[in-house]
Design a protein around this ligand. Structure first.
Ligand code: DO4
Ligand code: MG
Length: 280
């Protein structure tokens, strides 16, 4: 089951059948523990839509599938991220911290974005003008209910300044949190587990030409989604639920984003999150 937020309603896809419902209160909706059952029941009074009308609505009207939830992120959960970050922070003397956190019991978790900093699918994600080295981070993203249970999965782009983080790991909040530093969507796959063979793909286009392509899968994710969720909820409450990005397994080498690039992140079973890059 896939759940889309549209400008003028809510769209549900179940086994290639589409149902259009009213706009909902997304804070109350995503806080629930039994989202799948709730949606299965609600859609009985929603309008049936044919696939081409539904696809048109998704193309023109889709928004980030969220209310006012916070977005959090896990870091250094893939070996690839550990190694790339150790390299970029070598000169600053920060390399050890990344190695240690990869091996540690306690994961790296950080605050990523308020809902107002998140771009819609198809919208612009930003690179900072005071940064010289920027990458998108394609991340499986968990939807967690107010009690911390996994309700679904979506695609997240954790835009990151490698020059700012590499200069000093204490600059992490500036490397990660700024206006339109993330995108989420295009929908939420409503289920509580995900196949470990699930592939994550990143493509970057410049003036229409493919300039970077990379792939990973969830067998490379060192920590279980539930483990990350449990750590996040240890000393935090989220009355409306929250989103948790699970870290990147793809880090483009010798590459920086430029204004006008198009970033496309695809995850099996969820879809493709596409954003244009702007400067802020
Ligand atoms: O340690 C800094 C951030 C790591 C991160 O965002 C990632 O591994 O995805
Ligand atoms: Mg990340």
């Amino acid at each position: 089951m896939k759940l889309y937020k549209l400008q003028q309603g809510t769209l549900l896809e179940i086994d290639k059948q589409f149902f259009l419902g009213p706009q909902l209160d997304w804070d109350a909706l995503l806080a629930q523990d039994n989202l799948k059952d709730y949606l299965s029941e609600s859609r009985k009074s929603w309008e049936n839509l044919n696939a081409s009308d539904a696809e048109e609505l998704i193309k023109d009207q889709v928004e980030a599938p969220m209310g006012s939830q916070e977005v959090w992120a896990a870091g250094v959960t893939y070996y690839r991220s550990r190694t790339a970050r150790m390299e970029e922070s070598q000169d600053a003397g920060g390399a050890d911290f990344y190695d240690k956190v990869y091996e540690a019991d306690r994961p790296e978790l950080f605050f990523k974005a308020t809902a107002s900093r998140v771009s819609a699918p198809g919208g612009q994600v930003m690179i900072r003008k005071d940064s010289t080295w920027d990458v998108p981070e394609p991340e499986l993203t968990l939807l967690l209910s107010s009690t911390g249970k996994i309700q679904g999965f979506t695609i997240g782009n954790d835009m990151s300044s490698r020059s700012i983080e590499g200069e000093n790991p204490l600059y992490l909040p500036q490397a990660k949190v700024y206006q339109r530093c993330a995108s989420i969507g295009p929908c939420i796959l409503i289920q509580d587990e995900i196949e470990v063979k699930t592939e994550i793909k990143l493509e970057i286009f410049r003036a229409g030409k493919l300039v970077f392509e990379g792939k990973t899968d969830l067998t490379q994710l060192k920590r279980k989604p539930k483990e990350l969720a449990d750590w996040l909820f240890r000393a935090n409450t989220f009355p409306n639920g929250c989103f948790l990005m699970t870290g990147t397994g793809i880090v483009p080498d010798n590459f920086t984003l430029q204004k006008g690039d198009r970033v496309e992140i695809s995850i099996d079973g969820i879809g493709t999150l596409s954003n244009q890059v702007g400067l802020i």
